[in-house]
Ligand binder design. Structure first.
Ligand code: SF4
Length: 622
């Protein structure tokens, strides 16, 4: 086998239907062209998968993949990506997780783990040095993610790294997550659901293998330099102290924090009571971290007394502080910690779940969801105790309301009809994350054209609009006025490529964006010896974007799906976003043109061939 610097050079596939385990080599050019992580997962799914398979069909593949930066000892370099056809959206779904499983997968000797087929009975997988075993998991089925992790660490040793799914995945709730060692999540797009559909309850990894670098001295020097940059970075400092909700109050005044299912633009008291500062003042007892990351943005919280008391455990991140806070008009942070704990244990995406409940509250207020049709349950804004009672009903599809909300907001609205779609906040079936495009219009375009549906971690436009980053080497140093279309097409296209690079290289956005794109390319070269300058690196990012976009086209998505939910396209009357609605038509037109796509949002053959993707043009008949 060739020397795969920065990578292990091979993957392993398990066919759960037959119990067969097969190793496969990953050619060097695949790493160069598709980087790793979500790029590698998409390429493997295209090459080895059955593209006719429905998301929960056993033939749909679930692919975990590391990137060249996984496990290199930098802050933010412990990530792992997963990709599959999503049961929530029907198109390419992907998620990225910090924690510590990614480096361990490499230590077992693998860059990719493919799950195919469906086990007859519940199983879990045990990864060791160049090995994969299938073990029975009847005793684990039905347990939550924390209990499962406890048992497996007891059985395989505290150093073993664990991925687990909870009851939400077992019950095929389409927004189930995969949880790594309690506090780290592959949250979005129902990747846990696909794992549950294969009857894989957990994956345990423990290895001893080492990765080689092309230029170890340079990697070491850059590590030291990056450590200092992280230490001196004010944003990273705020994340350490207050978690990702550090900036919530200021952002509320700007109008960036979705409130009352995106129906209001300002709720000062709510932001004050829910913010990272309030969390630190009242509940943070420690600061957790992904492996080797100096930022430590993961609060550990404890609610010592009262009806929502809970022992120390992973605390809510900003997305949850908004989706189960401002979105449903709940300003009780203790209750929110409890909800977060429940969702972690059940293995459920808090953005989709909170947004679906917020959608239902809006429909209730509008008289579309009537309590008499749904077991008498009243969905009043801010009634957090009803929400807490509702969560297990969603996980177990219990009762008419639980079963409805267990579908996610888009499918629930289709079932309810009667104008319920006016309150949707999704793009392509994935509920929007907690940054308001009426505040930063580029975010609207980013959500609309995002591959997996509304997503903020696959695109850095909002950070440009905030003035938090700039990349002069690639022209991303303009004057980005938040509520304007100017430069947004270019910004969204280029930062989508950067997002693809990050999720493929498997590097965390927070410490990753401290580097310039020139430094990123230098790091790739030192680690993996790709010989890239930043132009080549950007080209690889665009290649990954178009591959994943084309998977969506193969599965039926078109430019008509590049839209954001009607609720977000409705102006609000208060706050910093009063009257603002992003000009989607202009931005989409300019984006397609900038990207080399047709006016109706299809890539052209010429564009695909430019990135070496002529095979996709053939497949799509372009
Ligand atoms: S910044 Fe936070 S999420 Fe990112 S790697 Fe560090 S601890 Fe993990």
């Amino acid at each position: 086998m060739y020397m795969a610097f920065g990578n292990m050079g091979k993957g392993v596939e398990v066919d759960l239907s037959s119990g067969t385990v097969t190793e496969f080599e990953i050619p060097e050019e695949i790493y160069r062209d598709y980087i790793g992580g979500t790029g590698l997962a998409a390429k493997l799914l295209y090459d080895r998968g059955n593209l006719e398979a429905e998301p929960l069909d056993p033939e749909n593949l679930l692919i975990f993949a590391t990137g060249p930066l996984t496990g290199i000892g930098f802050s933010g370099s412990s990530r792992l990506s997963v990709g599959s056809r999503s049961p929530l959206t029907g198109i390419w779904g992907q998620a990225s997780c910090g924690g510590n499983f990614g480096p361990e997968l490499k230590r077992c000797g693998y860059d990719a783990l493919i799950l195919r087929g469906k086990a007859e009975k519940p199983v879990y997988l045990i990864l060791g040095d160049d090995s994969l075993e299938i073990a029975p998991a009847d005793d684990l089925w039905g347990k939550d993610t924390y209990e499962t992790t406890d048992i497996l660490k007891e059985r395989h040793g505290k150093q073993a790294k664990v991925l687990a799914v909870g009851p939400a995945a077992e019950n095929l709730i389409p927004f189930a997550s995969i949880v790594n060692d309690y506090g780290h999540h592959f949250g979005r797009a129902g990747m846990g659901t696909v794992m549950g559909s294969k009857r894989v309850k957990a994956i345990v990894a423990q290895g001893t293998k080492k990765m080689e670098y092309k230029d170890p001295e340079k990697v070491k020097a850059m590590q030291e330099e990056h450590r200092q940059l992280v230490k001196d970075n004010i944003f990273c400092g705020a994340l350490s102290a207050f978690g990702t909700g550090a900036n919530m109050e200021a952002k509320m005044y700007e109008g960036d924090v979705p409130t009352r299912n995106w129906g209001r633009g300002l709720w000062e008291e709510g932001a004050e009571k829910l913010s990272g500062i309030a969390l630190a003042d009242n509940f943070i007892v420690d600061h957790g971290s992904c492996r080797g990351c100096a930022v430590r943005c993961k609060p550990v919280v404890e609610v010592k007394e009262g009806p929502y008391a809970m022992g120390p455990g992973p605390g809510p991140e900003y997305e949850t502080q908004a989706s189960f806070g401002t979105m449903i008009m709940n300003d009780n942070l203790a209750a929110l910690c409890k909800i977060n704990d429940y969702c972690n244990r059940a293995g459920m995406d808090t953005i989709t779940c909170g947004s679906t409940i917020a959608w239902a509250m809006d429909c209730y207020e509008a008289g579309i969801l009537k309590p008499e049709d749904y077991e008498g349950i009243k969905l009043e804004w801010g009634d957090v105790d009803t929400v807490i009672e509702l969560l297990p009903k969603i996980v177990n599809r219990e009762g008419k309301l639980g079963a409805l909300l267990a579908k996610g907001s888009r499918k629930a609205a289709e079932e309810v009809g009667n104008g319920a779609d006016a309150y949707l906040t999704d793009s392509k079936g994935l509920e929007a994350p907690m940054h308001d495009p009426r505040c930063n219009w580029g975010d609207g375009l980013a959500y609309a054209v995002s591959i997996r549906g509304a997503c903020h971690v696959s695109n850095l436009t909002f950070l440009l609009e905030w003035g938090a980053i700039e990349y002069p080497e690639i022209g991303l140093d303009k004057n980005y006025q938040p509520q304007s279309t100017e430069y947004k097409a270019e910004a969204v296209a280029l930062t989508a490529d950067l997002g693809c690079i990050m999720n493929s290289a498997c590097w965390c956005e927070f410490p990753g964006t401290i580097y310039s794109v020139t430094q990123w390319a230098e790091l790739f070269d030192a680690v993996a010896g790709y010989g890239w300058d930043y132009r080549k690196m950007m080209e690889a990012g665009a290649r990954v974007w178009f591959l994943q976009r084309c998977l969506g086209h193969i599965w039926g998505a078109t430019g008509a799906d590049d839209r954001i939910g009607q609720r977000i396209m409705t102006p609000v009357e208060d706050g910093g976003i009063a009257g603002s609605v992003p000009d989607m038509e202009t931005m989409l037109r300019e984006f397609y043109e900038y990207r080399g796509m047709t006016p109706d949002g299809m890539p052209t053959r010429e564009t695909l061939e430019k990135y070496g993707l002529g095979y996709l043009a053939d497949r799509l008949g372009l």
